[in-house]
Design a protein around this ligand. Structure first.
Ligand code: UFG
Length: 339
C-alpha cells in the first residue's frame, strides 16, 4: 500500500510527503521538476530518514504515467499536486493551463482506472469561490466563480471528479480547497522557492526581508476591510499537509466524494501579515503602497468546521509561527534551492 504524490518535490507536495511518512504511509513521489528542484529529495531524506522512491515523470505524458503505475503496483491512492498555479500567467497562457492542469489530471485518472486505483485527493483552491458574496466560505458556498483560467481549471476538474464519482461508485475522492498556504517546515530545510519575482505576498515579503527587494508591496489600501488592505486566510503549509493525511485516512473509509475547505477560519490583512513578519525578523520593512492588483478580491476566509467535524483536522499554527518558519527557511536558504 503506497500513496503516489504527484508534484511531490513542490512546495505543498514536499511538506505533505513529510507528514505522510510521519503518519506511517509508504510514499512514491512523481515530479518533473518544472517548478521544483531535485535537492528537495535530499532534504526530504534528511528530515525523514527515508529514501522515498522517486520517478521523474511528466503527468501529461501517457507513456510515462503508465510506466509509473506499472513499476509501482503498490500504489493505492494518489494525491495530485502537479499543476501550474500562477494566476497572472494563466491569463497570458490559458491554453497551456487548461492543457497541463486538466490534461495532467485526466492522464493520471485514466491510469488509475486501468490499474484499479480508486482513491484520489485533489488540490483545489479557494479560488473556486471567486469573489464570495459572504465570508466565511463554507463548502456549500457557490463554487463556480473563478476569475481567471487557473481558477477555472480547478472548477472544471472538481466537476470532472463529481461526474467520475457518479459513474464509478467505488471511487473515493477528496476535493481539498486550500486557502493561502504559507510558512515552511520548522527544520528550515524545505520551503517555498518561486521562480522569478514572487506573485504571492509571503514569498515577496520573505525576499524583501533577505534584501532582494527594497520594499514590500501593498496592493490596494482602499478595500472595504478594517485597515483597507486585502484579507486572506493564511494557513501554515505543515497544517495543510496534515489535512492531506487526514483526507487520505478518510478515503480509506470508502467515503465516495467529499469536499473540504482547508483554512484556519481567521482572516489577516496584508498589513497584519507584514507586521507579523516584522516581528519574526525583529525589524521594520519598507512598504510601497500601490494601487489594487487587477483581479484581487477584498476578503476571503474559510469556514473550516466541516474538516474539523469529519476529518478531525484543525490548523494548529499561528500567523506568528507561519512568519517565523518562513523566515527560518528564507534566511537559511537565501536563494531557495538554487545555491
Ligand atoms: N499582495 C500584496 N503584495 C504582494 C502580493 C500580494 O499586497 O506583493 C496582496 C494581494 O493583493 C492580496 C493578498 O496580498 O490581498 C494575498 O495575495 P496572494 O497573491 O498571496 O494570494 P491570493 O489570495 O491572491 O491567491 C492565492 C493563490 C491562488 C489561489 C488563491 C485562492 O495564489 O493560487 O489564493 O484564494 F487561487
Amino acid at each position: 500500500m503506497a500513496i503516489l504524490v504527484t508534484g511531490g518535490a513542490g512546495y505543498i507536495g514536499s511538506h505533505t510527503v513529510v507528514e505522510l511518512l510521519a503518519a506511517g504511509y509508504e510514499v512514491v513521489i512523481a515530479d518533473n521538476f518544472y517548478n521544483s528542484s531535485p535537492k528537495v529529495l535530499d532534504r526530504l531524506k534528511t528530515i525523514t530518514g527515508v529514501d522515498v522512491p522517486f520517478v521523474e515523470c511528466d503527468v501529461c505524458d501517457k507513456d510515462q504515467v503508465e510506466n509509473l503505475f506499472s513499476a509501482h503496483p503498490e500504489i493505492d491512492a494518489v494525491i495530485h499536486f502537479a499543476a501550474y498555479k500562477a494566476v497572472g500567467e494563466s491569463v497570458e497562457k490559458p491554453l497551456d493551463y487548461y492543457e497541463n492542469n486538466i490534461g495532467g489530471a485526466m492522464t493520471i485518472l485514466q491510469a488509475m482506472k486501468r490499474h484499479g486505483v480508486k482513491n484520489f485527493v485533489f488540490s483545489s483552491s479557494a479560488t473556486v469561490y471567486g469573489d464570495p458574496e459572504t465570508v466565511p466560505c463554507t463548502e456549500d458556498s457557490p463554487a463556480n466563480g473563478a476569475t481567471n483560467p487557473y481558477g477555472w481549471t480547478k472548477v472544471m476538474q472538481e466537476q470532472i471528479l463529481r461526474d467520475l464519482c457518479v459513474s464509478d461508485k467505488k471511487m473515493n475522492v477528496a476535493i481539498l480547497r486550500y486557502f493561502n498556504p504559507i510558512g515552511a517546515h520548522p527544520s528550515g530545510l524545505i520551503g517555498e522557492d518561486p521562480n522569478g519575482i514572487p506573485n504571492n505576498l509571503l514569498p515577496y515579503i520573505a525576499q524583501a526581508a533577505i534584501g532582494k527587494y527594497p520594499a514590500v508591496r501593498v496592493f490596494g489600501t482602499d478595500y472595504p476591510t478594517p485597515d483597507g488592505t486585502g484579507v486572506r486566510d493564511y494557513i501554515h503549509v505543515v497544517d495543510l499537509a496534515k489535512g492531506h493525511v487526514a483526507a487520505v485516512k478518510k478515503l480509506f473509509t470508502k467515503c465516495g466524494l467529499v469536499t473540504y475547505n482547508l483554512g484556519t477560519g481567521n482572516g489577516y490583512s496584508v498589513l497584519q501579515v507584514i507586521k507579523a513578519y516584522e516581528k519574526a525578523i525583529g525589524r521594520e520593512l519598507e512598504k510601497n503602497y500601490l494601487p489594487r492588483r487587477a483581479g484581487d478580491i477584498a476578503e476571503n476566509y474559510a469556514d473550516p468546521r466541516k474538516a474539523r467535524e469529519e476529518l478531525g483536522w484543525t490548523a494548529q499554527y499561528t500567523i506568528d509561527d507561519m512568519c517565523a518558519h518562513s523566515w527560518n527557511w528564507q534566511s537559511n536558504n537565501p536563494n531557495g534551492y538554487k545555491e
